[in-house]
Design a protein around this ligand. Structure first.
Ligand code: ADP
Length: 394
């Protein structure tokens, strides 16, 4: 059977990120981004090897972008596209794994939308457009939450009245599941262990950040909760704050719920702490020049990350390794060394040179000799979505 081609689509409310993946190759055959959809300057950018192109789509929506994109994809795939994998943020309690899209699955994704009001409706725009353009092609939804459906109840329940859980789904779901799953499988391969018989801590550190405890290939705890705001300090998200902060800001400053939501999601995290940037690379440069806010933001980021990893270790029977991934995890020796320095009780320590070397796609072990394994593992959520899609084509 010739190697198969899968198009992976990740839709935002006004954007579509895409990658065409051939199962035999590690690089993307074609990739790109359609952005500002629905506006006058809607545009589609794509890259195929060294070749790049852009196409204006004035007032184009998701369907218009996909209508332009799919012939490019068919061409890059040599005429045979075998399926489409859609990233969907929230699968609620309904989806414990990827699902072939049919009317029932679409209805379930729509029913879960109140839990992810920004994300699921955007995914549905892409799903419905792709299905209407290519009704004969198998299409699969892959959920960020599905990997975490194996959390035990003591890890996913909040200590709030039970009816909020039973009637309104108020519980912890966790996100970044596709990435935590991918890197834990890669880590087991690198370490020569069976994924079904190994225990990992994983830190996905991008613009959004989360930790995860993975035992025998299953997520047992994770730092994000009902929404992706819980847990770690992120680019612009606060992570954990006192739940009474909402009431305090409303009473003391007269803030509305919308203002509080926007502050916690868009103005906080690294940006809020540093008053400078949400971007770790910029903060590291500013810290080198003595910027006080940038220095503090990095300290808080690493301490809170270490604290979360220590908490996640409660879910492990033993530690086979700590995994760093995501833009920051894969590229910041500073963040890795500061974080690990707080984890002496787990006996973690880094080899300075291996840590410094592991950047820009170079992964592998970075622990000091005789200490528990610490691995840098570049994530590849698109590839995992393609693998999940392929698995459902049979
Ligand atoms: P997203 O969650 O949007 O996919 P990424 O995984 O690409 O984000 O991560 C983005 C983060 O990675 C940014 O904070 C960026 O500054 C950081 N990053 C990328 N390269 C470096 C680097 N060389 N040093 C420090 N941080 C980096």
């Amino acid at each position: 059977m010739p190697a198969r081609n899968i198009l992976v689509i990740n839709c935002g409310s006004s954007s579509i990120k895409f990658a065409l993946i051939n199962e035999a190759h590690s690089h993307f055959t074609l990739s790109g981004l359609a952005e500002r959809l629905g506006s006058h300057d809607a545009v589609l950018h794509w890259q195929r090897g060294d070749e790049k192109g852009s196409l204006m789509l004035p007032d184009g929506d998701h369907r218009a972008a996909l209508a332009q994109l799919l012939p490019l994809v068919q061409n890059a795939a040599g005429g045979t596209l075998h399926g489409i994998g859609h990233r969907v943020v929230h699968g609620g309690e309904h989806f414990t794994s990827a699902s072939l899209l049919d009317p029932q699955v679409i209805a379930a994704i729509r029913a879960i939308a109140p839990l992810a009001p920004l994300h699921n409706p955007a995914s549905l725009l892409g799903i419905e457009a792709a299905l209407s353009l290519h009704p004969q092609l198998p299409q699969v939804a892959v959920f960020d939450t599905a990997f975490h459906q194996s959390l035990p109840e003591h890890a996913y329940r909040y200590a709030v009245p039970e009816h909020l859980y039973r009637e309104h789904g108020v519980r912890r779901y966790g996100f970044h599941g596709t990435s935590h799953r991918y890197v834990s499988h890669r880590a087991a391969e690198i370490a020569g262990l069976a994924v079904g018989d190994s225990s990992w801590l994983s830190a996905h550190l991008g613009n959004g950040c989360s930790t995860c405890a993975i035992v025998n290939g299953q997520s047992r705890d994770t730092s994000m909760g009902m929404t992706p705001l819980e847990g770690l300090v992120m680019g612009t998200r606060s992570g954990d704050v006192d739940p009474n902060l909402h009431g305090h800001l409303a009473r003391a400053l007269g803030w509305s719920l919308e203002q509080i939501d926007a502050m916690l999601n868009k103005d906080s995290g690294l940006l809020g702490l540093s008053s400078l940037s949400n971007d770790m690379r910029s903060l590291e440069q500013a810290r080198d020049q003595g910027h006080v806010g940038a220095t503090l933001a990095i300290e808080v980021f690493c301490y809170r990350l270490a604290k979360s990893l220590a908490a996640m270790s409660c879910a492990l029977p033993q530690l086979d390794g700590l995994i760093f991934t995501g833009g920051i995890g894969e590229n910041s020796p500073l963040v890795r060394s500061k974080t690990v320095a707080h984890l002496k009780l787990l006996n973690l320590a880094l080899d300075k040179e291996a840590n410094a070397r592991s950047i820009r796609g170079v992964g592998g072990p970075i622990q000091a000799y005789g200490h528990p394994r610490v691995l840098v593992v570049p994530t590849n959520e698109e590839r995992q979505i393609a693998l999940d899609t392929l698995a459902l084509l049979h």
